[in-house]
Design a protein around this ligand. Structure first.
Ligand code: FAD
Length: 494
């Protein structure tokens, strides 16, 4: 795709830039390592970026099961967090960086190709010198309690997918007719979900939240959201920026029980600084008298949210019809031990709370792609050392499938650079044998063709992107995401 744009390796300062003639470029490229990456989220793109930057001849093909790229940057990051989509800690534009990578002459994107279904990993290994698995964590952990499947109970993963336009969740139709919602979990995803449920419509309307979810939220009856944790305030998993945002959310007031925070000031003297500052913010909000402006905002608020500690869900309670959730029974817990490793132990006391909407936000989970690839079901990761898949030479992994579903984009970037570094070392030491010439996409192309699969290229994605932006413009928002993959494919059918 880059060649059609008339520039060769402009980004990476490669000596290839000095070559003239397309045929020379092709023959040189053929000598280099053929690498592919499975998944086009941050892990896939950052792995590709590092490989292209540090190996002048490497070619990297990125395979993605959806027609559209960027993984959770598109389908996870909350719509009212565009600053994350446009900036990293170096104020770079994440999506622009990925786009630059995709525009490299030595990189290609093939969307609409599900590895494990349309092409096997073994087939990729035959076509490429190295295969990097960066396919993220597409499932969620389950609560494992009775009533979990009642109507009104959703995973936060599905809910996030719904408001962000993830095709598989576009028909979720969450029931928002209850006044109280319970989010089980106290991490940043739990806060995202609570914020989206309680945000003023005027704020959401200007984001790229999907039309359908905006309409549903406009009719929502939810006015109170509890975020429930099994442990205490010193063990919450969310971070200070997200908490501050919640505390300042227009039209809402926090419900923080002073008893949960009394005396914490002394305990946190010796804890690491981020935890200390986070706890200080909770203590301040719960125990200190608010300033005049804040007090008047809280007094006029029509919605509220709160943190419930030391509660462990036991059962989702059915309504009289036996189908709908009407509440949740929780064990009251106490903590054994202290700090991050403190354990929640049931006290024997039980509490029931009425709520018709329950969102379980207890973590994402990776799945094995193929029975031939090592997978640790307990940890939900591909066992690896520095990104090298154990017992599978030539196979690597990066991102959430490598280290588990935690960490922000920057964490994923660093971890993907590490994996790419392992590939580069293996190329240098000869562990990856380049004397076996590999055809790369050429051999995958014929497999896809024989199976009737039509890959979506990066310039195809740019057409979808332009259509989304144009539709968004009409509605005064940054984009209107297309949620139906068939519609995406129609836009790019040749
Ligand atoms: P993913 O982003 O999930 O990418 C994996 C890709 O692989 C996907 O595109 C998927 O479609 C594709 N794939 C899956 N299976 C296959 C297959 N069989 N074949 C081909 N392709 C496949 N971080 C921040 O820094 N800021 C935030 O505000 C933020 N908000 C978040 C909100 C939520 C709800 C979540 C869940 C995470 C958030 N994160 C945020 C964290 C960030 O999204 C992750 O660190 C990062 O996306 C992990 O990258 P990944 O590439 O490993 O996985």
């Amino acid at each position: 795709m880059g060649s059609s744009r008339g520039h060769i390796c402009w980004k990476w300062g490669s000596p290839l830039r000095r070559l003239t003639g397309f045929s020379r470029l092709l023959s040189t490229a053929a000598l280099g390592p053929q690498i592919c990456v499975v998944g086009s989220g941050p892990a896939g793109f950052y792995t590709a970026q590092h490989l292209l930057k540090h190996h002048r001849l490497a070619r990297v093909d990125i395979y993605e099961k959806l027609p559209v790229p960027f993984g959770l940057v598109r389908f996870g990051v909350a719509p009212d967090h565009p600053e994350v989509k446009v900036s990293t800690y170096r104020v770079e534009n994440v999506i622009n960086t990925f786009t630059q990578t995709a525009h490299s002459d030595r990189c290609a994107y093939y969307g609409n190709v599900t590895i494990g279904k349309d092409v096997t990993v073994k087939e990729l290994q035959r076509a490429y010198h190295a295969v990097v698995l960066s396919y993220g964590a597409e499932d969620n952990r389950i609560l494992g309690i009775p009533g979990e499947n009642l109507l009104g109970v959703y995973s936060a993963r599905a809910f996030v997918g719904w408001y962000n336009g993830l095709p598989e969740n576009r028909d979720l139709k969450p029931d928002l007719s209850s006044e109280t919602a319970m989010v089980l979990g106290q991490g940043n995803v739990a806060l995202d979900v609570a914020r989206v449920l309680l945000s003023p419509l005027d704020v959401l309307r200007k984001t790229d939240i999907t039309e359908g979810s905006l309409a549903a939220i406009a009719c929502s009856k939810v006015k109170r959201v509890w975020l429930v944790g099994r442990r205490g305030p010193l063990q919450v998993a969310f971070t200070i920026k997200e908490l501050r945002e919640m505390i300042n959310l227009p039209g809402t007031r926090p419900l923080l029980d002073p008893a949960d925070f009394t005396g914490l000031g002394d305990v946190i003297k010796d804890v690491p600084r981020p935890r200390k500052r986070l706890t200080e913010l909770m203590v301040k909000s719960a125990l200190e008298k608010p300033g005049e402006k804040e007090a008047s905002r809280w007094a006029s608020a029509t919605k509220e949210w709160g943190l419930k500690f030391r509660r462990s869900p036991l059962e989702v309670l059915p309504a009289a019809d036996g189908k709908q959730a009407r509440g949740i029974r929780m064990a009251v817990t106490r903590l054994e031990g202290s700090g991050e490793s403190a354990r929640a132990v049931p006290t024997g006391e039980v509490e029931e709370l009425e709520c018709g909407l329950i969102l379980s936000s207890i973590g994402y989970r990776s799945l094995p792609l193929d029975s031939l690839i090592p997978f640790d079901p307990k940890l939900g990761i591909i066992p690896n050392s520095l990104g090298r898949v154990q017992g599978a030479p030539g196979l690597y992994c990066s991102g959430w499938v490598k280290r588990g579903p935690t960490g922000v984009i920057i964490t994923t970037m660093n971890d993907s650079f590490d994996t790419a570094q392992s590939v580069l070392e293996d190329l240098q030491t000869g562990v990856l044998n380049l004397s076996n010439s590999k055809e790369g996409f050429e051999s995958v192309r014929s497999i896809l063709h024989s199976r009737g699969v039509h890959p979506v290229t990066f310039s195809d994605w740019e057409k979808i992107d332009a259509a989304e932006v144009a539709r968004g413009k009409l509605a005064g928002k940054p984009r209107e995401k297309i949620v139906d993959p068939q519609e995406m494919l129609q836009l790019v059918s040749h």
